[in-house]
Design a binder for this molecule. Structure first.
Ligand SMILES: O=C(O)CCC(=O)C(=O)O
Ligand SMILES: [Fe+2]
Length: 352
C-alpha cells in the first residue's frame, strides 16, 4: 500500500489524486468556504460539571443544554471550549499519532489493510473511493474505548507512548461526549440518562486522519463529503484549517480554534431524535503548507436504534424511521458507499 505519509515530501500531485474540474467532489468549490457573516457556534462549557453534572446549578445546565440544542438544530455542527479535557492530554496523544505516521514504511506495513472488519487498520484514501480518483489522506481506524483486552491487543506497540496517551485521551473525551449527550437529552426534554446504557454503551471508534501538505489543493480532496454514522463525533483538528460542513446550501469552513473540539451529529442521532437533530454533510480539503491531522472519536456500536417515542408526535412529527440494529446500519452504510441520502433510505418509513 502506497501511503502518503511514507514520502518525505510531495512535489507534484500524481494523476490518481486529481479530481476532474466538473466533478462535484472537486475542491473548485473552495471559493465557497469562507463567509465572514456566518460561523459555526462556539459553546463555552465552563462549569459543565463533567460526570458530576448535578453539582452545577440547574439554571446553568438548562442554559448549556438549550445552547447545544439551538446550535444542533440550526447548524448540526458546533465547537466546544473550556470542555475540561486537559491541554497536555491532547498534546501527548496528538504527538504520539504524529510519531505513528512518521514511522518508516516497513513498521507501518503490518497494519495496512482495506478490510473493514479489522480491529485496527491503517490505509490511504478511503474504502469508499469513487471511481478512479483517490483522496489525499492516510488514516487509522480502530476501537479506542474502553481499553478492554479485546480492543487493546490490536493497538500498535510503537511508538511506545501510543497506548498510554490513547488511554488518557479516550477516557477524557468519552467523559466529554457523555456530558454533551446528557445535556442534549435534557435539552430535548428526555431523561438525562437517555443516551447512557444501550445507545452509547458499545465500543467507541476512532479515526485519525493525516493529510500531508499537497502541492495543489485546488485539484485534490482530503476526504469525501459524508455524514458520520454514530450518535455524535468529537473531533480535534488543532489549529490547521481543512474541515468544511454544509450550511444553507454551501460549504462553510469550520474555523480552527486551538484547543477546541468540534462536535457534530451522526445518522444515529438523526434517527433517534426522529429528524430533530440532523446529521450534516462534511468533508476535508487539503492545503499546500502544513500537515493537518484530525482525530475523530465516535461513541457507540452494536445497539438497537429506533426513534425515541418522546420525539415522535403523530400530528407534527410522525415516526420517520423503523427500528434496526446498529450492525444492520453499518452494513447499509458500507453498501451505499457512505452516500448519506442512500443510507437513510432503507430505514425510512414513508407516510402517504
Ligand atoms: O479531517 C476532518 O476534519 C474530518 C474528519 C471526519 O469527518 C471523520 O473522520 O469522520
Ligand atoms: Fe466525518
Amino acid at each position: 500500500m502506497e501511503l502518503l505519509s511514507n514520502a518525505p515530501a510531495h512535489h507534484s500531485v500524481p494523476d490518481k489524486y486529481v479530481f476532474p474540474p466538473d466533478n462535484d467532489e472537486c475542491a473548485a468549490l473552495l471559493a465557497d468556504d469562507y463567509s465572514p457573516d456566518v460561523a459555526f457556534p462556539v459553546i463555552d462549557l465552563h462549569g459543565h460539571g463533567g460526570s458530576d453534572l448535578p453539582i452545577i446549578s440547574n439554571g446553568r445546565r438548562r442554559q448549556l443544554a438549550s445552547e447545544i440544542i439551538r446550535a444542533g438544530k440550526e447548524f448540526g455542527f458546533f465547537q466546544v471550549v473550556n470542555h475540561g479535557v486537559g491541554e497536555g492530554v491532547v498534546r501527548r496523544f496528538r504527538g504520539a499519532m504524529e510519531e505513528f505516521f512518521a514511522m518508516p514504511a516497513e513498521e507501518k506495513l503490518p497494519y495496512c489493510s482495506y478490510d473493514r472488519s479489522k480491529r485496527f487498520r491503517l490505509a490511504t484514501g478511503t474504502t469508499y473511493d469513487r471511481g478512479e480518483t483517490s483522496y489525499w489522506r492516510d488514516y487509522i481506524k480502530f476501537r479506542c474505548y474502553p481499553a478492554s483486552e479485546e480492543n487493546a491487543r490490536h493497538w500498535p506497540s510503537k511508538p511506545s507512548n501510543f497506548t498510554p496517551s490513547l488511554m488518557e485521551y479516550c477516557a477524557a473525551v468519552d467523559e466529554l461526549a457523555q456530558t454533551i449527550l446528557r445535556l442534549i437529552a435534557e435539552g430535548l426534554g428526555l431523561d438525562g440518562s437517555f443516551f447512557a446504557g444501550d445507545l452509547s454503551g458499545g465500543d467507541t471508534h476512532m479515526s485519525v486522519n493525516y493529510y500531508p501538505p499537497c502541492p495543489d489543493p485546488t485539484v485534490t480532496m482530503g476526504l469525501l463529503a459524508h455524514c458520520d454514522r454514530n450518535l455524535l463525533t468529537v473531533l480535534s483538528q488543532a489549529d490547521v484549517a481543512g474541515l468544511q460542513a454544509r450550511h444553507d446550501g454551501r460549504w462553510l469552513l469550520v474555523r480552527p480554534i486551538p484547543g477546541a473540539f468540534v462536535v457534530n451529529f451522526g445518522h444515529q442521532m438523526e434517527i433517534v431524535t426522529n429528524g430533530v437533530l440532523a446529521s450534516v454533510k462534511h468533508r476535508a480539503i487539503t492545503n499546500s503548507t502544513t500537515t493537518r491531522m484530525s482525530v475523530a472519536v465516535h461513541p457507540t456500536d452494536g445497539c438497537r436504534i429506533r426513534p425515541a417515542s418522546e420525539m415522535v408526535d403523530d400530528a407534527t412529527n410522525p415516526v420517520k424511521y423503523r427500528e434496526f440494529l446498529f450492525k444492520e446500519f453499518m452494513e447499509a452504510y458500507d453498501a451505499a458507499d457512505a452516500n448519506s441520502d442512500q443510507v437513510l433510505k432503507s430505514f425510512k418509513i414513508h407516510h402517504d
